[in-house]
Design a binder for this molecule. Structure first.
Ligand SMILES: Nc1nc2c(ncn2[C@@H]2O[C@H](COP(=O)(O)OP(=O)(O)OP(=O)(O)O)[C@@H](O)[C@H]2O)c(=O)[nH]1
Ligand SMILES: [K+]
Ligand SMILES: [Mg+2]
Length: 358
């Protein structure tokens, strides 16, 4: 039996197994098996399809956003609207065949936007250019999942499944589980919270499935077996995702209203240029970048010239951005802020100051 068949067998078995106390171990094991086969499927050596030309676009700017979606949902139309790059758009499917980068300039930041070929069901297994597209998506800071508002729900569920199957976790944070394989001593299991989805026995069973017999496991959160498997497998990507329903000019107001209320969702029409400003605001929020303005004593900062850094950046990061020799001679920073992320920022200053003994 090929791996694909094995995967589909297990998926079927999971689907027909009722979820209850008596089947929880069985299901846990099946899930561990499933994750293992999927990992095998994605091993690069096994894939015959060459790496596809036209996909290795250099990272540039302050952040990277990838456009993922079915064919003809309007990805290229969107790129051409938001950036000065023109990407061919047409009414037939698979108009775009490579990765086309553009730049969105927003609040002084350069955001690299990547237009990609449409992907379809089975993309993760290499249908169409699915694998290359997904490989690019993994390198992004935020994914925009563009959906055709007239068939958004179906498309959304299918694409979520595709991305899920290759270890991309959308709008989820990394499970708070400490896991460390050891050379000996068996499995030590602890938790700091009450667990409702996993037990010591289930954790052991799953670990044995991965041939791990010695390890330290500490649950700091009430995680599911799937989340625990993610931690064992390790190469998961936790990525913010905005679901963008395009072509709302083709659906009723009630439907627009319903879609707009879904979590992480924005409704737009590229054709009628509707709601694009709001989408940019949302995108900015999901990118979670921090703008830092420097100023001279007694002068006002220049708000047109920001240093853009990731959330959680420290003063040291800022120094490095200004000049690589600055950090080693750095004494102290005065930090003003207005928002919560900036408060965290001054927290970073304190830490920094302590580290430097100031
Ligand atoms: N009605 C309507 N049509 C739109 C809208 N946005 C794009 N389109 C049309 O949808 C079709 C497909 O647009 P593309 O931008 O080529 O779509 P794509 O997602 O890049 O397609 P592929 O590259 O083939 O994957 C074109 O005919 C566009 O004119 C919209 O907001 N409303
Ligand atoms: K198209
Ligand atoms: Mg296109």
């Amino acid at each position: 039996m090929g791996i694909l068949e094995k995967i589909s067998e297990i998926e079927k078995e999971i689907a027909r197994t009722q979820k209850n106390k008596a089947t929880e171990y069985h299901l846990g094991l099946l899930k561990a098996k499933l994750a293992k086969y999927r990992a095998q499927l994605l091993e690069p050596s096994k894939s015959s399809a060459a790496k596809g030309e036209g996909f290795d676009v250099m990272k540039s700017g302050d952040a990277r956003v990838a456009l993922i979606g079915f064919p003809s949902v309007g990805k290229s139309t969107f790129l051409s609207l938001m950036t000065s790059t023109a990407s061919e758009a047409a009414s037939y499917e698979f108009t775009t065949l490579t990765c086309i980068p553009g730049v969105i300039e927003y609040k002084g930041a350069n955001i690299q936007l990547l237009d990609l070929p449409g992907i379809i069901e089975g993309a993760a297994q290499g249908k169409g250019r699915g694998r290359q597209v997904i490989a690019v998506a993994r390198t992004a800071d935020v994914v925009i999942m563009m959906l055709d508002a007239t068939k958004g729900e179906v498309q959304r569920a299918l694409l979520e499944k595709e991305l899920e199957s290759v270890g991309i976790r959308l709008n989820k944070s990394k499970p708070n589980i400490y896991f460390k394989p050891k050379k000996g001593g068996g499995i030590s299991f602890n938790s700091t919270v009450t667990l409702t989805q996993c037990s010591e026995k289930l954790v052991q069973l799953i670990l044995h499935e991965y041939k791990i017999f010695n390890a330290e496991v500490l649950f700091r959160e009430d995680c599911s077996p799937d989340e625990f498997i993610d931690v064992i497998v390790g190469n998961r990507v936790y990525m913010p995702c905005l679901y963008v329903y395009n072509k709302i000019d083709q659906i009723s107001m009630e439907e627009v209203d319903r879609l707009a209320r879904r979590p992480h969702s924005v409704v737009i029409s590229c054709g009628m240029k509707l709601n694009l400003d709001y989408l940019l605001e949302k995108l900015w929020e999901y990118l979670a970048l921090t703008c830092i303005y420097t100023k001279k004593r007694g002068q006002r900062p220049d708000f047109t010239d920001a240093i853009i850094l990731r959330k959680g950046a420290s003063v040291e990061h800022v120094c490095h951005r200004i000049h690589r020799s600055l950090a080693s001679q750095f004494k102290y920073a005065l930090v003003w802020s207005d928002g919560c992320c900036c408060r965290r920022w001054s927290g970073a200053v304190d830490r920094e100051a302590t580290v430097r003994g100031l």
